[in-house]
Design a binder for this molecule. Structure first.
Ligand SMILES: NC(=O)c1ccc[n+]([C@@H]2O[C@H](COP(=O)([O-])OP(=O)(O)OC[C@H]3O[C@@H](n4cnc5c(N)ncnc54)[C@H](OP(=O)(O)O)[C@@H]3O)[C@@H](O)[C@H]2O)c1
Length: 237
């Protein structure tokens, strides 16, 4: 039994969420593909948190891994999913390899569905997925990611009905400074500065902004079948 399982918890927003719930004394299981990345995260978390930390290497896109994960934890109060393999999916649709598009569908959408499938009967409180601003503000170079993020909302609505009273929601971040940007090969700081100037919040998001939103959704027993936008007002620009 663990309190919170974070699939994608080895870095970025997932790791920030792990820090937050551990500081509250909850036990956490963090999941990702790289055992090395998980080990580094665990060392950091064990230095700072009060709860217990478990790590499980698993690929959310592989059904046997997701089934094995839930068989191992047996029961879990809350699951948060931040995992996504977005390698090679940014750029105009004509230039994106179909294999890369399949990978984001497999990891971010079907992986989320596998969590519902194998988490059924084992998750007692809530499942929270992570979508993203590009579902609502596509920019011509992220179409498959936008489609996956949009579909996650419908997945959550469906599972919120099917798995009730377990609550199922989505947190939709705006731009947040995390390691995922390092894969994109762009001038991150210039892009962040330009967007921050246009956002109503006048800044880019932090992993902790998103972690706080996850905690709110997990804790509030009346939130289900909802997309919570944590984007600094990006949808209004
Ligand atoms: N950062 C932003 O600006 C932004 C904006 C909107 C939405 N989002 C979304 O927010 C979520 C979290 O991203 P982040 O920014 O925190 O990035 P991140 O630091 O790259 O975190 C993603 C985590 O997911 C894990 N992961 C990737 N593929 C996996 C798989 N197949 N199975 C299990 N774990 C996997 C990665 O670890 P391994 O590689 O070791 O598996 C990594 O720890 C993503 O869904 C992303 O699309 C991000």
């Amino acid at each position: 039994m663990t309190n919170v399982m974070i699939i994608g918890g080895g870095s970025g927003m997932g790791l920030a969420l792990a820090r937050t719930v551990l500081a509250d004394g909850m036990d956490v299981t963090i999941v990702g593909r790289s055992a090395d990345r998980l080990a580094v995260a665990r060392t950091e978390l064990e230095r700072t948190g009060r709860g217990r930390v478990d790590t499980v290497p698993a690929d959310i896109g592989r059904e046997e891994d997701v089934a094995g994960l839930f068989a191992r934890v047996k029961r879990v109060e809350h699951v948060a999913v931040t995992a996504a393999d977005a390698t090679g999916v940014y750029g105009r649709t004509t230039g994106v390899a179909t294999a890369a598009a399949r990978t984001i569908v497999d990891t971010k959408l079907l992986g989320a569905w596998l969590v519902g499938k194998h988490g059924a009967g084992r998750v007692t409180g809530s499942i929270t997925y992570t979508s993203g601003i590009n579902a609502y503000r596509p920019n011509g170079s992220n179409t498959i990611v936008a489609a996956v993020n949009g579909a996650l909302a419908s997945l959550a609505y469906g599972l919120a009905v099917e798995l009730a009273p377990v609550r199922v929601n989505v947190v939709s971040p705006g731009w947040v400074d995390t390691p995922i940007w390092d894969q994109l090969g762009m001038d991150k700081q210039a892009a962040f500065a330009e967007l921050a100037g246009r956002l109503p919040a006048r800044r880019i998001g932090t992993p902790d902004d998103i972690a706080q939103a996850f905690v709110s959704v997990m804790r509030n027993g009346f939130i289900t079948g909802t997309v919570l936008h944590v984007d600094g007002g990006h949808r209004l620009t």
